[in-house]
Design a protein around this ligand. Structure first.
Ligand code: GLU
Length: 507
């Protein structure tokens, strides 16, 4: 389906690193746009200068790029509705604040922060909450209570002011959300939100509505935390006489315990990343990219946190997600984030890669460790150990003994298997292995097993010891594959070493 009129936006505020919940919001917007042949816009909402964090804007863009969420119009991409950064659109908002002042849907307020703080405090001490709204506005210092001349004088003399929305009293506002259905809110429960400040900056509410209108946004898909702002937004559309877009508020991402919202602080504390990329500023935090996640696995995992395809299918390419994604399959209730499931997704993608691809990814790591193996050998090693790994970085732990001889021997295996007969048996094995021709897994296995049988030894015990001397523990792939890959010289060296070290150790 192609609908050029479908235009959606992801509108983050650059106040820090993007949390995975934010990436999911961006992803759902992107999938929705692509599914309908529409446009995905990235708008940077940086009107709150006090919360601006250096580096955050770049971080957001880099995160989306890493995840394969392609922006059609945005700060980097440009587009017909540029600029896409709100601080570059300052002039625009003034006009709209004026329009509401002119129509009486907004008013100037001059109350000082100290005065408001004092009122809040007074109310609190009586166990009440102060709201600047229909019950209090006529007792405050604003253009509804001051004379027109006085207002003009204050504004003209550069006195600090804010523009507040004048929320009507006791009116039911009806609106609907694509995920939550019909909602009714009585306006008397809402306060008079600040829309604009005399420093020339709009607040989130005004800038967001104006930009969604000017950028011809058809659907607003965002996190549930913005649902409480929706009545005000609906009222603003009404005041301007604009058609409102359709809204879809996504369910929260919950902590692994299922209790409470997954927060930026949870990640490192609970042992998993909550950020797509490493965040190097301020309180540093780990990222999925640096932890070794494949972006495809990360995106696949996020897509299913809140949306379900209605089938048992769990593994989706981006194109499959685009084809399958519809808003009516997004759930209402929060989705519990499961770090094990995230690892599971990565392991699935890891296993889907072929040995050559994994070797390309593994080679730099092996070089970093100081080795420079022949590529064909590394491909072989990867093929032997990959089924035990879920991440490229796991490969080293599964394959280290191909590069380094054991430094110590698993005490448990030694205790169980190393007996007074072992030095003699291992020496016999050493002599046998020294003469096997050719030195390939099948021939080695056949010769060793025949020797064991001819001597009447316990196969399990002998092979366990052989592995112990080659690997240092009872782990790793097929024993004869290991021996053949490290080669005859190294195999003999490890046998000799083990015999002398363990004999000395257990003497
Ligand atoms: N700037 C808001 C945020 O940081 C945007 C909310 C919205 O999408 O309307 O999430």
């Amino acid at each position: 389906m192609t609908d050029r009129n479908i235009r959606v936006r992801f509108a983050p505020s650059p106040t820090g690193p993007l949390h995975i919940g934010g990436v999911r919001t961006a992803l759902y917007n992107f999938l929705f746009a692509r599914h309908h042949g529409g446009t995905f816009i990235l708008r940077i909402e940086d009107t709150d200068q006090t919360r601006y964090v250096e580096g955050a804007e770049e971080y957001i863009m880099d995160s989306l790029a890493w995840a394969g969420i392609k922006v059609d119009e945005g700060v980097r991409e440009g587009g017909p509705f540029a600029p896409y950064r709100q601080s570059d659109r300052k002039e625009i908002y003034h006009r709209y604040a004026d329009e509401l002042l002119g129509s009486g849907d907004a008013y100037y307020a001059f109350d000082t922060p100290e005065e408001l703080e004092r009122l809040r405090h007074d109310y609190e001490s009586r166990g009440e909450t102060f709201n600047y709204g229909c019950t209090t506005r006529m007792t405050m210092c604003n253009s509804l209570t001051l004379t027109a001349e006085e207002v003009k004088r204050r504004v003209g003399s550069g006195e600090h002011y804010v523009v507040r929305y004048r929320m009507p009293e006791n009116e039911d506002i009806h609106f609907s959300d694509l995920i939550r259905g019909d909602i009714v809110v009585n306006t008397s429960t809402l306060d008079d939100k600040v829309l604009y400040k005399s420093d020339g900056m709009p607040t989130y509410h005004l800038a967001n509505i104006v930009d969604d209108h000017l950028m011809e946004i058809s659907h607003v898909i965002r996190g549930e935390e913005w649902l409480p702002s929706l009545p005000l937004h609906v009222m603003l559309y009404r005041s301007f006489g604009w058609d409102a877009p359709l809204f879809a508020h996504l369910p929260l991402l919950l902590k692994p315990t299922g209790k409470g919202k997954l927060s930026k602080r949870d990640g490192d504390k609970m042992g998993f990343p909550v950020f797509p990329l490493y965040w190097p500023y301020g309180e540093t935090a780990s990222g999925y990219r640096e932890e070794g996640y494949f972006p495809e696995a990360f995106v696949n995992m996020l897509a299913l946190l809140g949306w379900n395809p209605g089938t048992e299918q769990e593994i989706f390419t981006m194109d499959e997600l685009i084809a399958a994604f519809t808003i009516d399959r997004v759930g209402k209730s929060g989705s519990r984030f499961d770090p094990d499931k995230a690892k599971w997704f990565n392991a699935r993608y890891f296993q889907m890669k072929n040995d050559e691809e994994l070797t390309d990814l593994f080679m730099p790591l092996v070089k970093e460790k100081g080795f420079n193996p022949d590529r064909a050998v590394l491909v072989r090693i990867v093929s032997l150990v990959k089924e035990r790994a879920g991440f490229v970085k796991d490969l080293w732990n599964e394959a280290d003994f191909f590069f380094v001889a054991p430094e110590s021997y698993d005490a448990e295996v030694v205790r169980k298997r190393w007996t007074a007969d072992s030095p003699r048996q291992m020496t016999e094995l050493r002599d046998l292995v020294g003469g096997v021709q050719p030195f390939v897994p099948e021939v080695l296995e056949k010769s060793v097993k025949e020797w064991i049988a001819s001597k009447g030894y316990n196969t399990g015990a002998i092979l366990n010891l052989f592995r112990l001397l080659l690997v240092g523990a009872s782990r790793g792939p097929h024993l004869f594959d290991i021996a053949a890959l490290i080669g005859r010289v190294e195999t003999l060296r490890r046998l000799d070493d083990g015999i002398s070290r363990l004999s000395a150790q257990t003497r």
